[in-house]
Ligand binder design. Structure first.
Ligand code: NDP
Length: 323
């Protein structure tokens, strides 16, 4: 039909999303929440779908509630702790995310961060640049992947892709999730503390949100012990950051590799001053090729929906039946 479909594009500007739609669609960009407030009531009435282009665009009930005809919120990223999935379900709004297209990329980063943390790549790079190598060999690293056992906190799409990389590296893997994964041969621990006692390395790759908030706490870090290394590529909210800083300072654990933080983009000065941490600015999926694929999946979910088809990747909380 020639009926126009009005879409809100909420969050940072993304060329693939801006250019991704035919002229059957009318796009209304709003980078910030203040921009949303400025959209006229007449336009707010017409909006039927939204692209949420980055996790900084919090899509809570207050935002979705501005658009009475909203049918679908297509969110960028596999994690959607910035979208109120319960509000969406209660108001018949379908939410989609961008799983799978980033799985291998994030797994690469997790594996790289683990090795960089154990073998001190960043510290060694600083050593070379400072000229110290010309007078003295870099000291042997205490950490090594060779004598480790890795306990996964989360074993979904990305967790399993990281585990495959550790299999190839001949490193033993176990995991903690709420439910064991069918068909997986790694040992499952229903109890996180029990797993932490049995391993020396934690690979954190669960979703954020209330069910995982600060599950990596002081007790878990103590159970992990003085050889302990924690790699967090999940969400900063999953780790009690203060407890982790204290544990890194006191030698309760050895080191950490972190891609995510409790209050991004703010990172505690105490962490920045430490030599036994590797800190990344939330770059897990942040390559051109993978971010393009994620942007495209946001577009494709909206196009499928407005073509009367099921969305490609709805989240579990808003399943779509019989469309
Ligand atoms: P999946 O949904 O495939 O897997 C999630 C895993 O976490 C499952 O094994 C699930 O098992 C487990 N889990 C969920 N809740 C809990 C809980 N309360 N306690 C213990 N385990 C739990 O997600 P993906 O693997 O695709 O992605 C995981 C997360 O990684 C994303 O949600 C996102 O937050 C983060 N991420 C970070 C990126 C970065 O840039 N650093 C990039 C991409 C993703 P069960 O339900 O049985 O408990």
């Amino acid at each position: 039909s020639s009926e126009k479909i009005d879409l809100l594009v909420y969050g940072p500007n993304k060329p693939i999303i801006d250019k991704g739609f035919s002229d059957q669609f009318v796009l209304h960009p709003a980078e910030t929440r203040a921009d949303l407030e400025r959209i006229s009531p007449a336009v707010k009435e017409k909006i039927r779908g939204t692209a949420v282009t980055y996790s900084t665009a919090r899509c809570d009930g207050g935002v979705m509630g501005m658009f009475p005809k909203l049918e679908i919120a297509a969110s960028f990223g596999v994690g959607y702790d910035h979208v109120d999935a319960n509000y969406a379900r209660e108001h018949n709004i379908v939410v989609t995310n961008t799983p799978d297209v980033l799985t291998e990329e994030v797994a690469d980063i997790a594996m790289g961060l683990l090795i960089a943390t154990l073998r001190e790549f960043v510290k060694a790079d600083r050593y070379l640049r400072s000229g110290l190598w010309t007078t003295q060999q870099y000291p042997l690293s205490v950490g090594s992947l060779r004598d480790r056992k890795v306990g996964f906190v989360g074993m979904g799409r990305i967790g399993q892709a990281i585990a495959r990389r550790l299999d190839a590296s001949l490193v033993p893997v176990v995991y903690h999730t709420r439910n064991p994964v069918a068909g997986l041969s790694y040992k499952h621990y229903p109890d996180l503390i029990e797993m932490a006692k049995a391993v020396d390395t934690l690979m954190v790759i669960v979703p954020g949100g209330p069910s995982t908030a600060k599950i990596i706490n002081a007790d878990v870090l103590k159970a992990l012990g003085p050889r302990g290394v924690i790699i967090n590529v999940a969400r900063g909210s999953v780790v009690d950051e203060e407890a982790m800083i204290a544990a890194l300072k006191s030698g309760t654990i050895l080191a950490a590799g972190l891609d995510v933080f409790a209050n991004e983009p703010a990172v505690p000065d105490e962490l920045k001053a430490m030599q036994n941490v590797v800190l990344l600015p939330h770059i897990g999926s942040a390559s051109v090729v993978t971010r393009n694929a994620m942007d495209q999946l946001v577009v494709d979910n909206l196009k499928a929906w407005f073509a009367g088809k099921p969305p490609l990747t709805p989240i579990a909380e808003t399943p779509v039946k019989g469309r």
